[in-house]
Design a binder for this molecule. Structure first.
Ligand SMILES: *Cc1c(COP(=O)(O)O)cnc(C)c1O
Length: 371
């Protein structure tokens, strides 16, 4: 599915030198690279504050902690995302309230927000799934109308550009009150281990988040809020500084691969290629096609027999997961998400893909339909 080793080999000297420098300094925690990485990522994102932390899940939790919500307060997100998004809401004793996604983009359907709004609604967590922004203009307008906070889960869309109807552009993760991302190795900007970050334009949240990831410390050994210990270590920061310089080039390589797939697959009647929204660039964290549910698993097996990996993101929507059944949702409550789980298939997608590989994969899909 990915080729992290191939990506490493192309920048091996630079990466190895950066790692060696950290080892020589012995500043493994809070070394200079952490501060520099935060500054460089802020510049790339066009945002005032970037706060590095241990992973994307921590980032979501800390963002939610900064809102000072009360147990039972409601946070709206979708059932078609990675588990982390809903998990942290539950851990903080808040109530996840779900809205279905759009069938084409896999992202939150803003039209459904009004249906679930209550007096207890406090925040919305849109997820920019597979590398493309949710309809942020509509979501922000809804949030503004009711005074809600918006935390963008940008773990899969770091660097995607959102275009407002007036033509202004902003990076995914910098539009809401706070945004988060993940540097999990297979994400578009991947570390050599775990890592994550929070973004905000707001100075109050900027200070609060920096304190929360550091045990809630204000001044040295004085604590005004309960926090967590969540750090990006210096080695990861040094590696990410090198890779950040290549991020736009990585996006281009993924987009080129997506174009190859689109060209080869769009002629196949049974295959729906990814929808590209007019208001967002797509950085193709995943290239996810939709197939008739009856043949999806057969095609997956067919590809597997030919040595071609593929993945199902995600096989079961969150409202039907065992750990979350007590939310009281039932099969049929989110028909779009439920259907997508039976129809989706993500194809190999990474920065090192060559045209011959993409053609080989598309050819294998064609041969399935010819067989
Ligand atoms: C990867 C991911 C996360 C969590 O990131 P980690 O760094 O693995 O904790 C959260 N949300 C989404 C949508 C993700 O894809």
């Amino acid at each position: 599915m990915v080729d992290l080793h191939g990506q490493y080999l192309r920048i091996k000297e630079e990466i190895n030198a950066a790692i060696q420098k950290v080892i020589d300094s012995s500043a493994f925690i809070k070394g200079g690279d952490v501060r520099l990485f935060q500054e460089e990522l802020s510049a790339y994102m066009g945002v005032a504050h970037t706060i590095a932390c241990g992973n994307g899940t921590d980032a979501l939790q800390v963002a939610m902690m900064a809102l000072d919500l009360q147990p039972g307060d409601e946070v709206i997100t979708t059932p078609y995302t990675f588990i982390a998004t809903i998990e942290v809401i539950r851990l903080l004793r808040l109530k996840p309230v779900l809205v279905d996604v759009e069938p084409g983009t896999f992202n939150m359907d803003p039209e459904k927000l009004e249906d679930v709004y209550t007096e207890r609604t406090r925040a919305i967590v849109p997820v920019h799934l597979f590398g493309q922004c949710a309809n942020m203009e509509a979501i922000m307008a809804f949030a503004g109308k009711y005074g809600l906070f918006v935390i963008e889960d940008s773990a899969q869309a770091l660097g995607a550009l959102y275009t407002y109807s007036d033509g202004t552009q902003q990076r995914a993760g910098t539009i809401g009150h706070m945004g988060i991302t993940s540097f999990f190795p297979s994400k578009n900007l991947g570390a050599f281990g775990d890592g994550g970050a929070l973004f905000t334009r707001n100075d109050h949240f900027g200070r609060r988040l920096a304190s929360l990831v550091n045990h809630g410390m204000q001044k040295r050994y004085f604590y005004d809020h309960v926090g967590v210990n969540s750090r990006l270590d210096t080695l990861q920061a040094a590696i990410l500084r090198v890779k950040l310089k290549h991020l736009d080039e990585y996006h281009l390589a993924r987009q080129r691969t997506a174009d190859w797939y689109d060209d080869a697959l769009s002629g196949m009647a049974e295959v729906q290629t990814p929808v590209r929204s007019a208001f967002s660039t797509h950085i193709f964290h995943q290239y996810t096609i939709q197939l008739p549910a009856e043949i999806r698993d057969d095609l997956k097996r067919w590809l597997q027999e030919k040595g071609i990996p593929s993945m199902i993101y995600y096989p079961l929507p969150l409202h039907l997961q065992g750990a979350y059944l007590d939310l009281g949702y039932r099969a049929g409550d989110f028909p779009v998400s439920e259907k997508l789980c039976k129809k989706v298939l993500s194809l190999p997608m990474h920065t090192e893909m060559e045209k011959e590989q993409a053609d080989h994969i598309s050819g294998a899909i064609q041969s399935f339909f010819n067989s």
